[in-house]
Design a protein around this ligand. Structure first.
Ligand code: ADP
Ligand code: MG
Length: 347
């Protein structure tokens, strides 16, 4: 006999019981958190700094599929995508506020798993969960997270600060999260048809990129250590092409990206080939990599040169506000931002 996992209905706890249960496990650590969960509102002391605030909403069936996304990973990722936006401003995330809409499909145990993932991300990045809202939904799960960060005014980096001839630099490698999603979608389709267990063998890296992305706090720290302050910065949620276009538009410039410089992991590359996809296209349009894309002054090139965590992939160009991909023969191809269209169902 197998032990069925225990299932406690949300109605058994009620909204207040659920909040109490969640709150009992959450202990603030940030000195800037004056009051966390438990009153009508949280209190944050900005400590004389500028506050950086951002929200992201994740909707079941649009942004995630619980068929292959474990709830703990979902909680982790939901936090990380918000922190990534705060780091992209060169700020330090300190607090998050979490709103969830749950249907009675989800037992208390599911909510526990979701919050375990969120709290793990909070612990890893030194962020406090200081409040939220809990409501019911007729079918799916909706998670909306607001992240609050802080930075000295002079440290904040906008999308609009790039100058002509600045170098375009990216952290990590690109296209992995997208290829991970392709593998997960394929295995889900096979499972539906044949009942065969997923074969994820050899795809660990790209699946982790999809299911458990990290925000590049380490890159922010690295740049600080190198004494390089990017002139503009953005995080890559929708794909390199789309984010490069955002930097170009905001800065009133054009961008040239060299195709053969785009960092692509060998697993991403070979999986793209298996799917008959062009690896560069996956890197340019795939999205969800949560790497940082930034520009630096030409004079800072020596400081970053040879660092394995970051790659110079191009430069800012004249004020034509276009993004061109330069092939290995020097041919230029105009890039459109294809990115994820949040209004199109992805799954
Ligand atoms: P109100 O009815 O005044 O909005 P709530 O009962 O929703 O108050 O919230 C009580 C406290 O619990 C608040 O501090 C709120 O931020 C927190 N809270 C509510 N829902 C959540 C949640 N899903 N996660 C974390 N904190 C929550
Ligand atoms: Mg409320």
């Amino acid at each position: 006999m197998t032990n069925a996992p225990s299932r406690t209905e949300l109605s058994a706890l009620g909204e207040f019981g659920l909040i109490e249960r969640l709150a009992s496990r959450i202990v603030p650590i940030q000195p800037s958190t004056v009051k966390g969960i438990g009153d009508d509102a949280a209190i944050i002391d900005p400590q004389g700094l500028h506050q950086v605030i951002t929200t992201d909403m994740l909707v079941e069936g649009v942004h995630f599929d619980l068929a292959y996304m474990p709830l703990k990973h979902l909680g982790y990722k939901a936090v990380v995508v918000n922190l990534s936006d705060v780091y992209a401003m060169n700020a330090e995330p300190r607090q998050i506020i979490v709103a969830v809409a749950l249907s009675n499909r989800f037992p208390v145990e599911a909510v526990d798993e979701l919050y375990e993932g969120m709290q793990l991300a909070c612990a890893n990045y030194g962020v406090d969960l200081v409040g939220g809202d809990t409501t019911s939904s007729t079918s799916g799960l909706v998670i909306s997270i607001t992240a609050i960060g802080a930075a000295k005014q002079e440290d904040i980096i906008y999308r609009s600060g790039a100058r002509t001839n600045d170098l375009l630099v990216v952290s990590g490698d690109l296209g992995g999260a997208y290829m991970g999603l392709q593998v997960l979608e394929r295995e889900k389709a096979v499972f539906k048809e044949t009942g065969a267990q997923p074969d994820l063998h050899g795809h660990d890296y790209i699946i982790e990129r999809q299911l458990k992305p990290e925000a590049r706090k380490d890159i922010i720290e690295l740049l600080r250590k190198m004494e390089v302050k990017p002139t503009s910065m953005i995080d890559i949620s929708d794909g390199l092409a789309s984010e490069a276009l955002h930097l170009a538009h905001a800065s009133g410039l054009g961008v040239r990206i060299f195709d053969d410089k785009i960092p692509i992991d060998p697993t991403t590359y070979s999986t793209a080939r298996d799917f008959n996809l062009d690896p560069s296209t996956c890197a340019l349009n795939g999205g969800e990599d949560y790497e940082l894309l930034f520009t630096i002054a030409l004079g800072d090139h020596e400081k970053v040169k040879g660092n394995p965590s970051i790659t110079v992939i191009g430069h800012m160009a004249d004020a034509d506000r276009s993004v061109a991909l330069v092939d290995k023969n020097g041919g230029e191809h105009a890039l459109q931002a294809q990115g994820w269209d949040a209004l199109l169902k992805r799954t």
